[in-house]
Design a protein around this ligand. Structure first.
Ligand code: 13P
Ligand code: SF4
Length: 303
């Protein structure tokens, strides 16, 4: 393992490459990563970097997003099978039909979607800025795709504006019930319960904090509390246990695992960087159209 890590680090220098890793990745990936965080943070880093190669330790839509906003860079996804169940719930034809049935209403697209889908949308969002992005439109009605849970969670915090949400979700988060949260409250009355907004809105409503993977990690960092129930993928709990050994973390369910996120191994990172394979490519017209949607989000989130 040590040899693989050393080889990766050497190759990064030789090739002017960086590794971006999502917080759900296998924890050993952190040791070779330049930046670890949530979707918004990683897309900002993909845009800012002067590297020639970006190796994305994450899932397909994340690497694709990096390529959309940094087309001149080589973007590699070490395991091309790393998809996203939610992103697969809407394709180009479905977004076109969804827009047709609600014509004239702006479309907010969660970053967990393909470039083809993004190319049909007005503005992108992530779990950390969804409310800010919807508000920035200043419209009485907004279409929100593909995550109905996030869309409805945002709607609860608006002043009466309506979110018309597409019927997609993340099965990993959608499985959590209000009963699970109530049980956790009973079992750990002194714990703070931290929830990702991909959970059902009625589940999110029971949390002490609702936010992105980085938001949850920052909450722990800034809190004096000692016990936390983590309601998102296991990778976040693993990182928290490593970084805050003096605190205690309980993962809401043992099966909070995104299989795709765990596909990327250090061996595959090394292989793709060494041979510059598993590159993300895009049709230029799709790239250009989807880039409008992401750039608009980055502009709003910068303010
Ligand atoms: P974050 O934007 O919070 O990192 O979430 C991405 C994701 O896929 C959660 O399931
Ligand atoms: Fe997609 Fe869910 Fe995995 Fe996040 S946890 S990448 S939304 S399948």
């Amino acid at each position: 393992m040590k040899i693989i890590k050393e080889k990766i680090k050497k190759l990064k220098e030789e090739k002017n490459a960086i590794i971006l890793a999502h917080s759900y990745q296998n924890i050993e990936v952190d040791e070779v990563a330049d930046f670890v965080g949530d979707s918004l943070y990683l897309s900002q880093k993909a845009k800012e970097t002067n590297a020639d190669i970006i190796v994305f330790a994450g899932v397909y839509f994340m690497a694709q997003t990096a390529k959309i906003i940094s087309p001149e860079k080589k973007v590699l996804l070490p395991n091309l099978k790393a998809g996203c169940l939610m992103a697969d719930m809407i394709n180009h034809e479905q977004i076109v039909n969804f827009k047709k049935t609600h014509s004239g209403i702006p479309v907010v697209c969660y970053i967990n979607s393909t470039a083809e889908v993004k190319s049909e949308c007005d503005i992108c969002c992530t779990s950390s800025n969804a409310l800010e992005i919807v508000k920035s439109l200043n419209c009485p009605q907004v279409l929100f795709i593909p995550d109905a849970n996030l869309g409805k969670w945002v709607e609860k915090q608006l002043d009466g504006e309506e979110i018309i949400a597409y019927d997609g979700n993340c099965p990993v988060h959608n499985n959590i019930t209000t009963e699970d949260i109530k049980k956790a409250r009973t079992n750990y009355p002194e714990a703070k319960i931290l929830i990702h907004p991909e959970c059902k809105p009625e589940v999110s409503a029971l949390g002490d904090y609702v936010g992105s993977t980085s938001g949850i990690i920052d909450y722990v960092k800034n809190s004096t509390d000692k016990l936390f129930v983590i309601v998102t993928e296991k990778g976040v709990a693993d990182r928290l246990k490593r970084d805050y050994p003096e605190k205690q973390f309980v993962l809401i369910k043992n099966d909070m695992l995104c299989e795709s996120m765990k596909l990327t191994s250090l061996e595959e990172i090394l292989y793709s960087l060494e041979n510059e394979v598993n590159e993300i490519t895009l049709d230029e017209e799709v790239r250009r159209l989807s880039s409008n949607c992401i750039e608009r989000m980055l502009e709003v989130s910068k303010k």
